[in-house]
Design a protein around this ligand. Structure first.
Ligand SMILES: [Zn+2]
Length: 486
């Protein structure tokens, strides 16, 4: 896959806030040096390594690194208590048994499509659900809701669960359960909490971080979020390259022993040329929390460096230049990001719209955002300003504020972007924009407490990676012995 297509694919997938990260990575992704052997061994070792076995073994062998790692490599032949695999065994050995299927409701989903993903063909259940108020998030599919069904071999659901997760702190999770009783159904709703397990994976970058993580069993949506945890390091020049070691700990959430969904990333660690980068999830007063270093600094930068979709830098930051339209030499302290007309422009950081204007002889349709007492940004030449953007409107980092155009004095569609600190324009692409994102001291104490066991586990994964891998035949033997009996 070429760098541009990787870029395009991942831009869509990762989301607006990350465009810069992907741009940063795309360069290194294009140079693919292969190390298939090492990857294979690690894939086998960690792709199947359940956290519980690893942690139990680690605590049992306290000191010698190599010994710990070797003992782990022999311990993993134990049968694996991962539900997905258990389901597969069930399918293979007892064809009449009940299987569990889980799916998430998508945009514009239909009840029929959801049933088919759950492997259900059950007209009576369909009718029942359509008539039940409690089942409305399923009958009128609500995006993002997880649904789980236990389905018999003849595709009838024994039970069906709709997981309605709390949307704010003062709400409670509730689960709606439909149960088959002979030839009729009963439905009820009750509060629930997920049973949460931690999963660990480790591997070596080959091609790009996201695909390398997926290759060792990191679920797709978790892998895509990994760069967020390393965003500041990437913005500050960390160039993730082939051969870098990565480790990740993330949550898997269960209900009554059945896997429902992946949860948060708890920790990401990456070793690049001997230097270790670590990032931990912490509660920070925002809805979803964030990633922080152990010193309490955010792993994200306050400002998105390139706040426009699909951008290239057409005119780098410079104090004076001849204007392309008027030919007049004048200060040009912003940065021009060439991008197709209509592409989204994002608020570079949280703030309040401080100006909305049209300037025929200059920036055309433009907006200014005040981020704090010292910093403002300006976005010029927009074809259109997004709905609701008025002076005083509060915007979030990454929110769409307008669309690329060529209004005002512009030769072609581009975003003219300025970052002003204390009314002085600074280069938004330079590496050390003053950032202000820190945890409060209470939040930091909590982070340190939560991170302590994670640090230990990451270090353990790190040591295992550094131990000379098994020979090929040993690895194959282990893999075979870990397979379920046929
Ligand atoms: Zn410009």
């Amino acid at each position: 896959m070429s760098a541009p297509s990787i870029l395009a694919k991942n831009l869509r997938a990762i989301g607006q806030g990350l465009c810069l990260v992907v741009r940063g990575c795309a360069h290194s992704w294009s140079t693919v040096v292969k190390s298939p052997y090492r990857k294979l061994v690690l894939g086998i070792t960690f792709g199947v390594l359940p956290a519980s076995v690893a942690i139990a073994t680690y605590t049992a062998y306290p000191s010698d690194d190599e010994q710990i790692a070797r003992s782990l490599q022999t311990e993993i032949v134990a049968p694996l208590p991962i539900p997905a695999i258990a389901d597969q065994i069930t399918v293979v050995t007892t064809p009449s048994a009940v299987t569990t299927h889980t799916t998430m409701i998508r945009v514009n989903d239909t009840l029929g499509a959801i049933f088919s993903r759950l492997n259900i063909e059950d007209a009576a259940l369909l009718r029942f659900i359509r008539g039940q108020t409690l089942a409305q998030p399923l009958s009128t599919p609500r995006e993002g809701v997880y649904v789980q069904a236990k389905v018999t071999a003849n595709q009838k659901a024994q039970t069906l669960k709709i997981f309605l997760e709390a949307r704010s702190a003062n709400q409670q999770n509730s689960v709606v359960t439909v149960t088959r009783r002979g030839d009729r159904f009963v439905i009820h709703s009750e509060p629930f909490v997920y049973e949460t397990q931690q999963a660990m994976r480790a591997g070596i970058v080959k091609g790009n971080l996201i695909d390398s993580a997926k290759a060792v069993g990191v679920p797709d949506e978790i892998a895509k979020r990994m760069p967020i945890a390393l965003e500041r390091a990437i913005n500050n020049g960390l160039d993730i390259t082939d051969g870098d070691d990565f480790r990740i700990i993330f949550e898997r959430q269960f209900m009554e022993g059945d896997f429902v969904r992946n949860g948060k990333i708890l920790a990401v660690s990456l070793t690049h040329q001997g230097k270790n980068y670590e990032s931990f999830w912490a509660e920070d007063g925002t809805r979803n929390g964030g990633f922080y270093n152990l010193d309490g600094t955010s792993s994200r930068t306050t400002f998105i460096r390139v706040p426009v979709e699909g951008a290239r830098v057409t005119s780098s930051f410079m104090p004076m230049r001849r204007h392309p339209v008027t030919g007049v030499l004048r200060p040009h302290q912003g940065t021009d990001f060439g991008a197709p007309r209509g592409n989204k422009i994002f608020a570079a950081a949280d703030g309040v719209i401080s100006r909305r204007s049209f300037d025929k002889r200059g920036f055309g349709n433009y907006l200014m955002i005040k981020h704090d007492d010292s910093r403002t940004t300006l976005y010029g030449h927009m074809s259109r300003i997004a709905q609701g953007m008025k002076v005083g409107t509060r915007v979030k980092r990454g929110q769409v504020i307008g669309y690329v155009g060529a209004t005002g004095l512009a030769t072609g569609p581009h975003l003219h972007y300025e970052l002003r600190v204390n009314n002085r324009q600074v280069n938004p692409l330079k590496t050390n924009i003053p950032d202000k994102e820190f945890l409060t001291s209470e939040e930091k104490q909590q982070l340190l407490a939560d991170a302590r066991p994670l640090v230990t586990r990451l270090a353990m994964l790190n040591r295992i990676q550094s131990v000379k891998p098994l020979t090929g035949s040993e690895a194959v033997a282990q893999q075979n012995s870990a397979e379920p009996p046929k």
